[in-house]
Design a protein around this ligand. Structure first.
Ligand code: UFG
Length: 331
């Protein structure tokens, strides 16, 4: 093969699944990860691991040169919305400024393709549901703004330099590798399905339900949960698209186009585990929209990609299996 794909954040949750998808598709991979929230054991041994910050220009440019990197998938970043409100400059450093450095390294190294982990948080409270890519982007927290600013840099750089990009706006990513090679190992996770499977395996004693008075099917918040392996496969398909059409860039919602409420998710966990997790009904979390669902027609039209694990019980089953693996390994 003519060089490697660089995966930043490849030791993290979504990045480690992208590494697997790339390797499974026959790509060679170099991971750049500072291991602050990721784990070296999460990186498939077929990939090269460079332990560095993406803003470390010398390390990144050296890796681009040494591994003849022809595409970058950029997952590294900070992802906790409430933390971004409390410490916005951390988000503008780890997300916006680090991405600026990485893009500059890509341009300097002549890397022609860039795939960026963006987020539905760029929409803020969506103008409508399902939300389309052309709808207004008015982030309601620094996390969403830090990612939107990165999208803007990519747009401007792609207009000025020989590089194209795909920004995938993730909805709610959950689940784990179906054959058990990776999963969400984040310490202190805040994401609903991760928390629910922690409760199901006895790591916590109950799940809080934040808000019961939303204008939704049962009053609890509705989200578009996408299986991490389908999301990883979408990145590989996006890379193929960028290679095939070097003049074009893309911003694409990455979701399934349907939503489940918090109670429906917890029902699924109860169903899959055949037990009843205690639910503690609490007030709304600050900044939570009632409903967030992707209009996914653009990604389905643009990519050679079919969702394969678009089923809530499948997502929960895979997440639960990984949680049990973590428990067995004492992690
Ligand atoms: N929720 C609970 N209890 C919990 C955790 C979550 O009731 O213990 C609820 C939330 O209020 C929300 C839903 O479950 O209604 C999903 O919450 P998550 O925290 O799992 O995810 P969010 O929708 O808040 O955020 C996710 C990503 C963000 C991203 C956002 C929009 O984690 O990074 O989607 O794309 F910004």
């Amino acid at each position: 093969a003519a060089g490697k794909v660089m995966v930043t954040g490849g030791a993290g949750y979504i990045g480690s699944h992208a590494v697997l998808a790339l390797l499974d598709a026959g790509h060679e991979v170099v991971v750049v990860d500072n291991l602050v929230t990721g784990f070296d054991w999460a990186v498939d041994p077929r990939a090269v691991l460079v332990v560095a910050n993406v803003a470390d220009d010398a390390a990144v440019r050296g890796a681009i040169r040494d591994h003849r990197v022809h595409a970058i998938m950029h997952f590294a970043g900070s992802v906790v919305v409430p933390e971004s409100v409390a410490d916005p400059l951390k988000y503008y450093r780890n997300n916006t400024a680090a991405t600026r450095s990485l893009i500059e390294s890509a341009v300097a190294g002549g890397v022609p393709h860039f795939i960026f982990s963006s987020t539905a948080a760029t929409y803020g409270t969506p103008a409508r549901v399902p939300v389309q890519e052309g709808d207004p982007t008015i982030p309601i927290n620094p996390y969403g703004m830090s990612k939107l600013m990165s999208e803007a840099m990519l747009r401007d750089v792609a207009a000025a330099h020989p590089i194209n990009y795909a920004a995938l706006r993730y909805f709610n990513v959950a689940g784990a590798d179906p054959v058990g090679r990776s999963g969400q190992s984040t310490v202190g996770a805040t994401h609903l399905i991760k928390i629910a499977v922690e409760a199901a395996t006895g790591r916590r004693d109950a799940v809080s339900v934040f808000g019961t008075d939303f204008d939704t099917v049962d009053g609890t918040g509705v989200r578009d949960y996408i299986h991490v392996s389908d999301l990883a496969a979408a990145h590989v398909a996006a890379l193929e698209l960028l290679v095939a059409n070097p003049a074009d860039s893309h911003i694409l919602n990455a979701g399934y186009g349907r939503g489940f409420s918090v109670n429906q998710v917890l029902d699924a966990v109860d169903r899959v585990t055949n037990r009843t997790i205690e639910r503690r009904y609490e007030g709304r979390r600050a900044g939570d929209p009632a409903e967030l669902i992707a209009d996914n027609r653009a990604i389905l039209a643009a990519l050679v990609w079919q969702p394969r694990r678009d089923d809530l019980d499948t997502i929960v089953t895979d997440a639960l299996a990984w949680e049990r693996t973590l428990a067995e390994r004492g992690r």
